[in-house]
Design a protein around this ligand. Structure first.
Ligand SMILES: [Zn+2]
Length: 338
């Protein structure tokens, strides 16, 4: 199989040296192009952001007087799922529970808790079992929604306020409607238009055992993307799986194992906050698309933190990253099984 054509532009900026304004130095900038979407990312590897020590989260994450997601409040503070989706009321798998969301992020929004017994669970304690049960419970919900009619499905997570989360209790959310999101529609459309072998098969074939390769868990290939959209970005490609409704129990276990390993690696890097998204192939899934997990870190959860989303990310759709995907892969790889 022919390897993907991975394009990057190497630019040099002639700039005054920091703290020594009369000296001019050449500073490299690498701009990489995502082979599927054509989107560009800027790797500014000689201008690292200062490393932040891991903050004390105890005050932020202390048990509050009231939390709708802590047991036993969850039974009274949350609603039950529409019987058209599930006759389980609240879907439980292991310690995980799915309930309807109260915010209309999509037509059939849900929230799932990893564990109602603990108000806060830090990154190393989001174990493979907890993440697997969460994914299984949300896939069960997704299958229920898909029974109404074919739709766009995604399962997503914020963690701590810098990621956008308004709730400290660790949770994930799922979205289901006829429209999908901009990125989801674009990924699926471009995957469908890709000529020859499936883009995702070709991506994994290109990256396997290379500098951006992290490892394989079951049929899930974990790697860092050539042109990231976020810091410490890791992908899991579920090869041969066109939609979330096609995720088997083994797939949930493999995704849960890999995602838990990524979060352990984030903790080792002193990170605290993250987002992840697991996206399906839309109402007419085909073997041209493979279910994709994307995980990124966010600014650390400290008061008055510097946001990692500047005008570049929000208004230009362009990430500016201070570590290469190759460096991230080598930092994450030791946390993976095998
Ligand atoms: Zn709670």
């Amino acid at each position: 199989m022919t390897a993907l054509d991975l394009v990057e532009h190497q630019i040099t900026a002639r700039l005054p040296r920091l703290g020594e304004a009369t000296t001019t130095v050449d500073v490299p900038l690498v701009i990489r192009i995502d082979p599927l979407t054509g989107r560009s990312s800027r790797l500014m590897t000689e201008s690292r952001l200062p490393p932040a020590p891991r903050p004390d989260l105890s005050e932020l994450t202390a048990d509050p007087p009231f939390c709708p997601f802590c047991a036993p409040t969850v039974e009274t503070a949350t609603g039950t799922i529409d019987p058209a989706i599930s006759d389980e009321g609240r879907i439980r798998r292991g310690r995980a529970v799915v309930v309807p969301n109260v915010v209309p992020y999509s037509q059939y929004p849900s929230v799932a808790l990893y564990d109602t017994e603990r108000h806060f669970i830090d990154l190393p304690d989001l174990t493979p079992d907890l993440v697997t049960d969460l994914l299984e419970s949300l896939v069960a919900y997704t299958r229920g929604v898909a029974g109404i009619r074919p739709m766009w499905h995604s399962i997503n997570a914020n963690f701590l306020p810098p990621s956008g989360s308004s709730v400290i209790h660790p949770h994930a959310q799922s979205s289901h409607d006829d429209i999908g999101t901009s990125v989801q529609r674009d990924l699926v459309a471009r995957s469908g238009q890709w000529s020859g072998t499936s883009y995702w098969e070709r991506l994994v074939d290109t990256e396997e055992k290379g500098h951006r390769w992290i490892g394989r868990v079951g049929r899930v290939a974990f790697l860092t993307p050539w042109a990231p959209v976020g810091f410490h970005e890791v992908w899991g490609v579920v090869e041969g799986c066109p939609d979330l409704v096609d995720l088997s129990q083994d797939d949930c276990r493999d995704l849960g194992t890999g995602l838990s390993a990524v979060l352990r690696a984030y903790h080792a890097l002193d990170l605290t906050s993250f987002n992840w998204a697991l996206t399906g192939g839309g109402p007419s899934p085909s073997d041209r698309y493979s279910v994709l997990l994307r995980v990124i870190s966010r600014s650390s959860a400290v008061p008055m933190y510097r946001s990692d989303a500047t005008y570049f990310e929000r208004l230009h759709g362009e990430a500016v990253i201070d570590q290469t995907p190759e460096e991230i892969a080598s930092a994450v790889r030791p946390h993976f099984p095998g």
